[in-house]
Design a protein around this ligand. Structure first.
Ligand code: PMP
Ligand code: GLU
Length: 411
């Protein structure tokens, strides 16, 4: 019967992954720039810890293993001066469910969501019944929000509670904020008494090793989310964490634990044990992260340089593994080919070349913005770090970029 159920489509990220796999099953070559999944394996010691922990079959507390929370607190203090009391850490099967549960803890709220931003924030806010205030950005602003954008947004407020979702290095743009920009946003957030959810899941993959945590600028009311999915290459293990602020209202923390207890119960116990190894030894982790950054930086710059030289405008990435190329310079040519939306752009590119991208419409843009997200993850990690060479080790990156450039050049 119609009208009984909530309207919610499968997330665009997971959908492109399924579609790409279907084409591959039909023996078609797909260059997988659609789904944002790390190609790196977790460090050997972490893999070993997971293998050895299968007998840990008991549930943990909802908040997660207490020793692990201590390791995480020490790790983030050392890594990016982020101060969090282990008692204020929530561990869950992925940060995605934590983001959702934070939103669910509010009865009514205005949720400020930058555009572009990750595909799941707006659907989650809608499922939680909140009012969304979109904060638009431009290419020239490097797709970043600022205090002015936020003030404009506050004019649309309907509720007492305000939640701002920040994400940097960003998905889909790969860009970060300068310290001054963070200070400005913190100032305005504080003056508006906003809760800021700072999604820093790509923080460790900042290409200059210089990630700054928002909680340092707005410790009063920032919840930071992170996890193992990106820097540790373990998205399918489903491990995420939220760092609550120091004087969190007891009833808010209770609501978060309550919702967790009524939904996921706890993160998988063996994964929590493996996570202890990942967070225990900062120096080992650092080598592993440096190795990934070295490769990601080379590939990201290769992609942005080549696209820019064909007037597909894109900012060189500063972290994570995404770029957000803007095809609007080629608008007339694309229109003549019957392509007027980002969805059509990605559909035709996939059909005609086998290159999968995700349209900007999935990230909060109007349909006719000819922009798309490219996840530069279609490569295999080399056996030896120092041996990495784009031409030899990432043929699909080279082929994919070449195919996009040739396709756009076609009259
Ligand atoms: N935030 C962003 C920006 C992401 O790209 C992802 C992708 N998985 C998530 C949150 C959720 O990650 P996870 O649930 O795997 O921790
Ligand atoms: N974060 C990844 C992406 O944006 C995929 C995983 C997900 O959406 O849960 O492609």
């Amino acid at each position: 019967m119609k009208g009984l159920y909530k309207e919610i489509e499968e997330s665009q990220t997971l959908l492109i992954n399924t579609q790409s796999k279907l084409l591959i099953d039909q023996n078609k070559k797909v260059i997988k720039f659609g789904f944002g999944q790390s190609p790196f394996l977790p460090p050997k010691s972490v893999l070993k810890a997971l293998k050895e922990s299968v007998k840990h079959k008991e549930y943990t507390s909802v908040q997660g293993d207490s020793e692990l929370r201590e390791f995480m607190s020490a790790f983030h203090k050392q890594h990016n001066s982020l101060e969090v009391d282990p008692n204020n850490i929530l561990i869950a099967p992925g940060s995605k469910i934590l983001l959702f549960n934070i939103l669910m803890a509010f009865k009514n709220a205005d949720v400020f969501i930058p555009s572009p931003s990750w595909v799941s924030y707006a659907p989650q806010a809608r499922l939680a019944g909140h009012h969304i205030i979109k904060l638009n950005t431009t290419f020239e602003e490097r797709w970043r929000i600022n205090s002015k954008t936020i003030v404009e947004g506050t004019k649309l407020k309907k509720h007492e509670a305000s939640i701002l979702i920040l994400n940097y290095p960003g998905n889909p743009d790969g860009l970060t904020y300068s310290e001054q920009e963070l200070i400005d946003i913190a100032q305005i957030a504080k003056s508006q008494n906003m809760l800021v959810i700072s999604d820093e899941i790509y923080g460790l993959l900042n290409h200059n090793h210089s990630h700054l945590s928002f909680s340092n600028y707005y410790p009063e009311k920032t919840i930071t989310t992170t996890g193992l999915s990106k820097w540790c290459g373990a998205g399918g293990w489903r491990f995420g964490a939220a760092f609550l602020y120091k004087n969190i209202e007891p009833e808010f923390k209770q609501a978060l634990i309550g919702i967790g207890s009524e939904t996921y119960s706890c993160a998988a116990a063996p994964v929590q044990i493996a996570a202890k190894t990942a967070y225990k030894n900062f120096n080992e982790t650092k080598d592993y992260v440096d190795y990934q950054i070295d490769i990601l930086k080379k590939i990201g710059n290769y992609c942005s340089d080549h696209l820019n030289s064909e007037k597909i405008k894109v900012h060189a990435p500063q972290g994570g593994f995404y770029i957000f190329p803007d095809f609007s310079f080629h608008k007339e040519k694309l229109n003549l080919r019957g392509i007027t939306t980002s969805h059509q752009l990605c559909e035709r590119l996939l059909i005609e070349t086998g290159v999968a991208l995700l349209p900007a419409s999935a990230f909060g843009f109007d349909a006719d913005n000819l922009v798309a997200r490219l996840a530069y993850v279609d490569f295999k990690e080399p056996k030896e770090k120092h041996l990495f060479n784009i031409q030899n080790d990432s043929p699909n990156i080279i082929e994919g970029i070449e195919k996009i450039v040739n396709w756009i050049g076609k009259s």
